[in-house]
Design a protein around this ligand. Structure first.
Ligand SMILES: [Zn+2]
Length: 256
């Protein structure tokens, strides 16, 4: 089957799924396509895209006076996007609000944990936890937002195998996916899909076990119902990963 034929078949299948009451997210899983591909299908079919849906939902929540933090979590969009939507609605987002919203956000290796009381005329400073284990590192919020990567632990270290590499990003994404606060936690944390090897809290152990990520491959769990540990993980193509997903039976695949 050519790519074109496959897309055509997927689109027909999508119309059926939506008719049957599947959500867009569930349809993505059923068809094994990314949300971006899904948006493309929907555009071609003249259906409202996920982005349009989200924007509308965001407008509604913001009009109800919901916080940017909540809008960001609810719709799994970044805080910056939530601010952008607010601006489009005619709400200006103050600097103070922006600073407040940064608490809990991740910037490269740093997660903002709290704000430091601001001296008049000085830059807003905040406390951060760094992936290296350093807690309460104080830094200016704006320099972290504009690119400061770590608490300083990465300064002068070779790039190889560390922050910013594809393998590192994979490890970081895996950690985010398995947290209870992840937007799709029902497919991970709530199903017991967690990092089962505490050695993997340290990126270097992960790197030692899995090796550098080969180009074009992603981290896959061999048994989809088990968590992340060396024996259950391999680098696989996206195709293999999707085949694995399709085989797995999930309650969320059933229409409500
Ligand atoms: Zn650090």
């Amino acid at each position: 089957m050519t790519g074109k034929e496959k897309a055509q078949r997927n689109k027909e299948e999508l119309v059926k799924l939506l008719d049957e009451g599947y959500s867009t997210k569930e349809a993505c899983k059923k068809l094994g396509v990314s949300r971006k591909t899904m948006d493309g299908y929907k555009r071609d079919l003249g259906l409202p895209t996920e982005t349009a849906d989200k924007k509308q939902k965001a407008f509604q929540l913001l009009s109800e006076g919901k916080t940017y933090q909540l809008v960001s979590e609810e719709l799994s969009i970044s805080i910056t996007t939530a601010w952008k939507y607010a601006n489009e609605l005619g709400k200006s987002v103050s600097k103070t609000q922006k600073a407040k919203d940064s608490v809990g956000q991740r910037y490269k290796m740093l997660v903002c944990t709290s704000l430091v009381e601001r001296d008049a005329g000085k830059k807003q400073r905040a406390l951060f936890d760094c992936d290296c284990g350093t807690k309460n590192h104080e830094a200016s919020l704006s320099s972290v937002k504009s690119g400061q990567k770590s608490c300083g632990c990465m300064k002068g270290k070779p790039k190889h195998g560390l922050s910013g590499t594809k393998t590192y990003n994979c490890w970081n994404k895996m950690r985010e996916r398995t947290k209870p606060g992840f937007y799709n936690a029902k497919d991970y944390f709530e199903r017991g899909i967690v990092i089962e090897d505490s050695r993997w809290d340290d990126y270097l152990n992960f790197l030692k076990d899995m090796g550098e990520r080969p180009k074009g491959l992603t981290l896959e769990r061999i048994n989809n119902d088990k968590g992340y540990y060396k024996e259950n993980c391999k680098w696989a193509t996206r195709k293999e990963q999707q085949a694995n997903r399709r085989c797995s039976k999930r309650p969320s695949n059933k229409p409500k």
